[in-house]
Write a protein that binds this ligand. Structure first.
Ligand SMILES: Nc1nc(=O)c2c([nH]1)NC[C@@H]1CN(c3ccc(C(=O)N[C@@H](CCC(=O)O)C(=O)O)cc3)C=[N+]21
Length: 283
């Protein structure tokens, strides 16, 4: 029976670290601030934005949500971002996705100052993942690594298999895990014999977006299983990409959903705000 990796407990620890650092900054007269832009009325984005607001209030980070109608023009959106880029009281900027149909996501995301890009989606920050530079990295892949490091799981030298190559989780994770000195394999929809690969994994990371697609028979006994999936569950709520109930009988350690990887994402965005302040040369 696998050790359960408690994402909520790890998140609580990181939250205390963030709180302490925010307090220190505030004493120096720096009030960390995160600005979120929501264009349109995607219901999930509204929920996520509100959740960030609540969480920021909890750690003492100032928060501003700007909502714009779905009929806003690209120029209007870029004008808001440009003003935030220039505003030295704004340390972190996040653009909620999806943007309205027809609005060029690439242009919008690339208009954010890379030093304020706490979502880690600017190509410059993506590039730093490869080059090993000091940048801002996306929260969910960071979370996958952090749950292991903070559980005393060694990554160095391990066979890590990532299932999924999405832009937000799988793809950045390939190089982030390589930077942790894992031997990395990346599997995706076109992979022949997925189970062959997953069974080689000392560390198996699922970032597919398909409920319970990683089954117990695909897992090497004793492996560490990290589940970055967020899928609607049958009886409401969310479930992961891993068939948790059966997988936990085979794995050595496993993250649940909810209560695993996802529990860290918001606090890691806040950590990025603090890193952004340093990158901006303010602390
Ligand atoms: N426009 C947009 N904005 C986002 O901020 C955004 C997004 N899209 N798409 C997906 C990712 C992921 N993300 C999470 C935030 C909190 C938890 C979280 O707190 N999860 C808890 C509780 C989950 C629950 O029970 O509902 C857990 O996993 O234990 C998870 C995931 C925000 N995202």
């Amino acid at each position: 029976m696998a050790t359960l990796i408690d994402g909520k407990a790890i998140a609580a620890t990181i939250r205390e670290e963030v709180k302490a650092e925010v307090a220190q900054l505030r004493e120096k007269g720096i009030v960390p601030k995160l600005n979120v832009l929501l264009v349109g009325d995607d219901p999930a984005s509204v929920v996520y934005a509100r959740s960030k607001e609540k969480s920021c209030a909890n750690v003492g980070i100032d928060f501003e949500l700007k909502t714009m109608t779905g009929s806003s023009t690209l120029e209007e959106v870029l004008a808001v971002i440009d003003a935030w880029n220039k505003d030295t009281s704004v340390h972190g900027i996040m653009i909620e996705l999806p943007l309205p149909k027809g609005m060029d996501k690439k242009v919008v995301l690339e208009s954010v100052d890379p030093k304020k890009d706490v979502d880690g989606s600017h190509p410059i920050n993506r590039g730093y993942i490869l080059s090993g530079g000091e940048g801002l990295f996306p929260a969910t892949p960071q979370s996958c690594i952090e749950v292991m490091l903070r559980s005393g799981i060694e990554i160095k030298g391990k066979n890590a298999v990532i299932v999924g190559r999405g832009e937000t989780v799988g793809k950045p994770l390939v190089f982030m895990m390589l930077n942790q000195n894992a031997t990395v394999t990346v599997c995706h929809t076109k992979t022949a014999d997925l189970a062959y690969h997953t069974k080689q994994a000392d560390i198996l990371i699922a970032a597919v977006g398909r409920a319970k697609m990683i089954t117990a028979d695909m897992i090497k006994p004793g492996a560490v299983v990290v589940d970055a999936g967020i899928n609607p569950a049958e009886g409401g709520g969310i479930c992961g990409d891993v068939d948790f109930e059966n997988a936990k009988e085979v794995a050595g350690a496993i993250t649940p959903v909810p209560g695993g990887v996802g529990s860290l994402t918001t606090v890691l965005i806040q950590k990025n705000v603090l890193k952004a302040i340093k990158l901006q040369g303010l602390a």
